[in-house]
Write a protein that binds this ligand. Structure first.
Ligand code: PLP
Length: 356
């Protein structure tokens, strides 16, 4: 399709859905892997496909053990509950998923107090702020037990040097370190592109700075369901108890784990294509009056635009078969079910809105 010949009446067979990388359909190869998966009752630990996924991810990322979870929200919560007791505190970013987008679960269900900190422009939490917010051992204070980071955070890749420094700071103060790596492999693919080397090796390097890491398979990796928490054998044992309590014990879950395993083996390197399409989209949107485009580091493009313009623009795009979100900023996310023609269609639709 040649996007430049589109008119406002152009009818695309499919909607270009850029709301999130969660909207993907399982690929043919993934569906075949799901259909062929050997199954058992995972509450008894009997599902070979779940066990294989857990072993494979733990091995790849350099952890002793791993646990398959229905969602990233439950995976993060089980991790926080495994690290923290009732009345403990965790340090976290204002815009981190665990703090802002998970219904306050750590506080509600874990009795864990969050200490949110503002992010630096690169998404990191300034080391001095972390240090200043670690509470002294005194009955007035909650016990600061854990530092939780997120990578990628808002599509940004935390610098490797920062991860080392933050991890060292936490260790010096006796804090455990958790990574919400919902998009760990997007970060790893970006690191590998910048520094050379293999994305799986980059993922392992990132994980080396943490005691636990949660990875989502239902985002850019393209599986329909599932996250995996990695950590020490002891931590995973505690998380397993919480998972049961939270209702996450699943039976023939291997049909889902097989999809995640397929993604781990076949849909990691291709994340580079999503990153390239995000850059193409950002490039195409540059120079429009009233729209400030942030240069994407991975698969998420944020644009600053006036609040009331954002709502009108989202509605205009929807009428043209392009879906985006505009809650804080205008957001476009690329993924395996969008191609260059779709991105060009989206660019043309935005430009028409601005009469450009
Ligand atoms: C999506 C997401 C989660 C939660 O995953 P769900 O499977 O939707 O519960 C956690 N952290 C980050 C950064 C995410 O993007």
């Amino acid at each position: 399709m040649n996007a430049s010949t589109n008119t406002a009446t152009d009818a695309r067979a499919t909607v270009v859905d850029l709301r999130s990388d969660t909207v993907t359909q399982p690929s043919a190869g993934m569906r075949a892997a799901m259909a062929a998966a050997p199954l058992g009752d995972d509450v008894f630990g009997d599902d070979p496909s779940v066990n294989a996924l857990q072993a494979a991810l733990a091995e790849r990322l350099g952890f002793e053990a791993a646990l398959f979870m229905p969602t990233g929200t439950q995976s993060n919560l089980c991790a926080l509950m495994a690290h923290c007791q009732r009345g403990d505190e965790y340090i976290v970013g204002q815009f981190a998923h665990t703090y802002r987008w998970e219904g306050g679960g750590a506080a509600v269900l874990g009795s864990i107090q969050p200490q949110p900190l503002n992010h630096a422009p690169d998404g990191s939490l300034p080391l001095a702020d972390i240090e200043a917010n670690i509470k002294p051992d005194d009955a007035h204070f909650a016990r600061t037990r854990l530092l939780a980071l997120e990578n990628t955070i808002g599509g940004k890749v935390l610098p490797m040097g920062y991860l080392a420094d933050a991890s060292e700071l936490a260790r010096r103060h006796g804090l455990a370190r958790h990574l919400d790596g919902a998009r760990l492999f997007n970060a790893a693919v970006a690191v590998a592109a910048a520094e050379g080397g293999d994305p799986y090796a980059a993922a392992r390097r990132i994980c080396g700075h943490f005691d636990s890491v949660s990875v989502c398979f239902s985002k850019g990796l393209g599986a329909p369901v599932g996250s995996v928490l990695c950590g020490s054998r002891e931590l995973i044992q505690r998380a397993h108890r919480s998972r049961k309590m939270l209702g996450g014990g699943m039976r023939q879950a291997g049909v889902l784990a097989a999809a995640a395993h397929y993604a781990l083996d076949h849909q990691v390197r291709r994340l580079a294509e999503d990153h390239a399409l995000a850059s193409r989209l950002a490039e195409g949107l540059r120079g429009l009056p009233g729209l400030t485009v942030e240069a994407p580091q991975t698969n998420i493009v944020f644009c600053d635009v006036d609040r009331d313009i954002a709502a009108k623009l989202v509605a205009h795009l929807k009428a043209q078969g392009v879906l985006a979100t505009g809650l804080y900023k205008l957001r476009f996310v690329t993924h395996l079910d969008v191609d260059a023609a779709g991105v060009d269609h989206a660019i043309a639709a935005v430009r028409r809105f601005f009469n450009a």
